[in-house]
Design a protein around this ligand. Structure first.
Ligand SMILES: Nc1ncnc2c1ncn2[C@@H]1O[C@H](COP(=O)(O)OP(=O)(O)OP(=O)(O)O)[C@@H](O)[C@H]1O
Ligand SMILES: [Mg+2]
Length: 322
């Protein structure tokens, strides 16, 4: 499966992603070269959004039933041909590829197609297979996946099944996730890794936050600046081992607006932001072991926000102070 070259080489094919120019160029190049891709980066930085954007670039096309080989009546958009699989240690090769139903095998014969229940990977044919957190999968599953990607053939027990596997593979992986097993060298050797990071500039993060959040009431640009700056400063805080993502910024922006409505106003004030920070941010961070036993995350957020907001005294005074 390929994205038409003329769509890829247009100036910005990935319009759903703000900033990340270097990463976008990498994706373009990997797609042009027909590579399997793994997006590497922390949570909430636009990996899923980017992969969906890739699917949107596919031309509408027919889909084929994996078993009957029947074509769909109408063409299906690229967006609808985006199939997501969540990687986990419990995911089995059978979940991914399919399984033989023993009762049907008895009825129709052991090698009959009727006895086979296709797994999720079949649905990705002619589209995008998005494999989230691929590094959470067992080595057995990684091997099954490799076979599909390389040969379009898979073996379940004593069966060898031809799988049409013409799809764009995009996996993700969070390098800081401690619950994962490292991917085997054999596996990694088949992919190109593209590293993504938190939004490069404060302005980009402001734009992401404005464009991807709910608008609940008015919020002056100064307050949005303050929220984005606070979250970005936290990412630089050396006491943190897990940093707040862009979802945290979006959450803070939405909750501050909601707090204004709760207080009977239709514009955000300093107090609305102050009231939102702990609820939105404290569970999204994790402190380094050396700090963990001395301070709770909510204490750190409160302390840091108090310190930080000292430099926003004019905004503080604008609100209706208690
Ligand atoms: N660079 C960006 N451009 C546009 N939106 C972004 C960007 N970074 C983050 N977002 C927004 O942040 C939210 C989270 O993005 P997304 O779900 O794509 O992240 P993710 O990397 O897949 O996260 P996870 O690892 O938790 O699955 C979305 O609302 C998305 O629109
Ligand atoms: Mg995601």
């Amino acid at each position: 499966m390929k994205i038409p070259n003329e769509k890829l080489i247009q100036k910005d094919p990935f319009i759903d992603i703000i900033g990340q120019q270097e990463e976008k160029d990498q994706i373009k190049s990997a797609l042009l070269a027909d590579r399997h891709i793994i997006l590497v980066g922390p949570p909430g930085i636009g990996k899923t959004t980017l992969a969906k954007n890739v699917a949107k670039l596919l031309d509408p096309d027919y889909i084929t039933d994996p078993l009957t080989k029947e074509k769909s009546k109408d063409k299906v958009s690229g967006e609808q041909r985006f199939i997501r699989i969540q990687g986990s240690p419990d995911l089995t090769a059978e979940d991914l590829i399919g399984d033989i139903d023993p009762i049907k095998a008895l009825k129709f014969g052991p090698l009959s197609l009727e006895a086979f229940t296709p797994g999720k990977i079949f649905k990705a044919n002619n589209g995008v297979l998005f494999f989230d957190e691929v590094n959470r999968c067992s080595e057995k599953l990684q091997n099954a996946l490799l076979q599909v990607l390389e040969e379009g053939i898979v073996t379940i027990g004593s069966y060898t099944i031809d799988i049409p596997s013409d799809f764009i593979f995009i996996g993700t992986m969070n390098p800081d996730d401690t619950s994962t097993e490292p991917l085997s060298d054999v596996f990694l050797d088949r992919f190109d890794l593209i590293y993504m990071e938190y939004p490069d500039t404060l302005d980009n993060e402001k734009e992401i936050t404005r464009s991807k959040s709910k608008t609940i009431c008015n919020c002056k640009d100064d307050f949005l600046f303050m929220m984005v700056k606070f979250v970005r400063d936290l990412r630089e805080n050396e006491k943190l081992q897990k940093k707040p993502s862009v979802r945290a910024t979006i959450g803070l922006y939405e909750r501050s607006q909601a707090n204004a409505i709760v207080a009977g106003r239709d514009n955000v004030t300093f107090q609305d932001v102050q009231k939102a920070v702990i609820s939105v941010l404290s569970h999204r961070i994790e402190l380094k072991p050396s700090v963990k036993f001395l301070q709770k995350p909510e204490e750190l957020i409160k302390y840091e926000f108090d310190m930080f907001s000292d430099s926003f005294s004019s905004l503080k005074e604008e609100g209706d102070l208690p």
